[in-house]
Design a protein around this ligand. Sequence first.
Ligand code: NDP
Length: 297
Amino acid sequence: MAAERIDGKAFAEKLRARVGEAAARFEQAAGRKAGLAVVLVGEDPASDVYVRAKGKATHAAGMNGFEHRLPADVSQDELLALVDRLNADGAVDGILVQLPLPGHLDDQAVIAAIDPDKDVDGFHVTNAGRLAVGQGGFVPCTPLGCMMLLTDRLGDLSGLEAVVIGRSNIVGKPMAQLLLDANATVTIAHSRTKDLAGVVRRADIVVAAVGRAEMVKADWLKPGATVIDVGINRLPPAEGEAKGRLVGDVDYGPASGVASAITPVPGGVGPMTIAVLLRNTLVAAHRNAGLAPPEGL
Ligand code: NDP
């Protein structure tokens, strides 16, 4: 039987609608809209697409979006000065600096300059630490979105075997932490893992966050596993195609013959990321305004 297709796009639309309703209630209670500032340095076309999409989604949810575009040769001091101004700006609840930054700028120093309570991307070391010790800071949007899809499908994850492939600070590590908090038994695999197929075969839950097209094969999966595919990879264009197809890290077609549920690429994890960013911004706004956290998000 073919696996259920986990429809991240539909889930994300519902989450965005709930955020929109909660944003309207926030505006009533606080007398102002929640606000997200997005900083883009340079003109990388992919980053430009993401920033526009974030701005559009922010406005659609009834929040203010403040876009700051800086030239590619901006100095580190000028960028840090902007972050300082945004930290101090009462209309700004969340700050996101679009990564990667041009080579002469230090990503880590810029992230470190963001007020952790406005760090809606959850990349600040304070928020990574809060997640590690269970103190409820901001969690990076992509893994939190994966977690929402998993709990929506599986409910209680207690005692399930979870394998996360990838150990980046923005996806793999926080994903593993969230699964651990949900009482799963968690293994983190990476490029030095021996017998990756054998490790993955143990898993009730597989989260693939590698960046290698269709690497996870159907015969690596335990029958009935739930598979979350974070990878976004563009294949070389086939004959007659202008652009290659987008695929995930999992060999979707064959894998869906073995798994019980699987996210497609595109339309799975991807749409969750922006929806969770809006959710995190609204949570930040409530905290900044001294209000109780929004319900149902
Ligand atoms: P990174 O490149 O930072 O990390 C990749 C991880 O995969 C590393 O931990 C690496 O191991 C591991 N890895 C690489 N090759 C292998 C291998 N052959 N076997 C096992 N593990 C391997 O990537 P990100 O975490 O930033 O992103 C991962 C993927 O997710 C990418 O395709 C990215 O585009 C996508 N992504 C999607 C998002 C969305 O919104 N859907 C958001 C963010 C990312 P090691 O540490 O040993 O090098």
